[in-house]
Design a binder for this molecule. Structure first.
Ligand code: SF4
Ligand code: SF4
Length: 347
């Protein structure tokens, strides 16, 4: 497989990466097999996170004896020095490695969080020290919010940016990607299939492969999924006229009901985490159901039921999404999945 240079990290990585969220859903043997299939096909960039439950340990098992073949990226959502320090140790143990190639601040989507992670006396001090001792090699950030991401890139304190990018969420192509090029920050495209909302794999990857320095990291659950994408990479990548029309049709259809998780709609007077509620359908497809039905995600979705339909959020959403209507649908969808699961486990 071709390789690309990941910005100022100077790391050469496979043209296509591996996203480690969906391997939480399958058995351990299946997870290990799918990661190994990716490696055999030439995928060398593996992304995971401290927060993805079993993902790191499963990747660790799969790469045993093959550490030198891969570039491992993981992340911490902690904003404290102690938390990040603890997460690095956990990741090293779960992955069974003595260094991590790319360590990322996870989900930095508001300016307050950005300020915390960039503060040289905050968690950045822990990463700087880990970099000095060789425990981590490079430092990056992940975000869903374009203005925060731009500031992060401009800070020149980070080597990579992971941001949603696909033919529906195509805004990064306008300013964010050129900015990354200017600052030599490696661009990692999360959600190349819009978190499961896009079924047209060929069009989605032909779109992204137009950008020679963008590294897409699709979440992979089955060997057949990575095989299909690798085939797209190996064939002529130009979109046919029919594919271009289909892409436009999907943009028009999805664009009006597709949440970018940018949080411009906040604050909600009812403190509803709107972006979380809006993606219930895609999260239900990608994560193990039993882990979603109680805990933080379930609590966040249930808050959606408190919507008073004031409409403040819709005035602020740059994509004019019918948020009130979508919240009702998503809460109903979540409750139906929960009922179905409870019915299945009680019978
Ligand atoms: S509802 Fe609109 S403003 Fe809110 S997170 Fe989604 S896309 Fe952004
Ligand atoms: S319409 Fe609902 S979600 Fe939107 S701001 Fe008002 S209460 Fe919050």
């Amino acid at each position: 497989m071709d390789t690309i240079r990941l910005g100022r990290t100077e790391m050469m990585v496979s043209r296509l990466g591996f996203g480690g969220i969906p391997i939480q859903r399958v058995s351990e043997d299946e997870a290990v097999a799918v990661v190994q299939r990716c490696l055999d096909l030439g995928v060398t960039f593996l992304d995971t996170a401290n927060a993805y439950t079993t993902s790191e340990a499963r990747i660790g098992k799969a790469i045993k004896g093959r550490r030198r073949e891969v570039v491992i990226a993981t992340k911490s959502a902690s904003r404290s020095r102690e938390g990040v320090e603890r997460h690095i140790q956990m990741s090293l143990e779960r992955l069974g490695v003595d260094y991590i190639d790319l360590y990322q601040f996870h989900g930095v989507s508001d300016f307050k969080s950005l300020e915390i992670v960039l503060d040289p006396k905050g968690p950045m001090a822990v990463l700087a020290e880990a970099k000095k001792t060789g425990v981590i090699r490079h430092i990056g950030i992940t975000s869903h919010q374009i203005d925060v991401a731009k500031e992060a890139v401009k800070s020149d304190g980070l080597e990579t940016l992971m941001f949603p990018f696909n033919f529906v969420t195509c805004e990064p192509a306008d300013e964010l990607l050129p900015l990354c090029r200017k600052h030599d920050v490696g661009f990692i495209a999360m959600k190349p299939l819009a978190g499961g909302a896009l079924d047209c794999v060929t069009i989605a990857f032909k779109y992204l492969f137009q950008f020679p320095d963008v590294l897409p990291i699709p979440g992979i659950e089955k060997p057949s999924e990575i095989e299909e994408i690798v085939q797209i990479l190996e064939q002529p990548r130009e979109m046919s006229e029919a594919e271009q029309c289909e892409m436009q049709r999907l943009r028009d259809e999805l664009g009006t009901r597709f949440c970018r998780r940018c949080d411009y709609c906040q604050p909600c007077p009812q403190e509803i985490p709107i972006a979380t509620v809006m993606v219930v359908n895609t999260v239900l497809k990608r994560m193990p159901l039993e882990r979603l039905l109680t805990g933080m995600f379930a609590d966040a979705v249930e808050k959606g039921a408190n919507c008073t339909e004031c409409g403040d959020c819709e005035e602020r959403c740059p994509y004019h999404l019918p948020i009130r209507e979508m919240i009702v649908e998503q809460v109903q969808r979540f409750r139906a999945a929960k009922r179905q699961y409870e019915k299945g486990t009680s019978s």
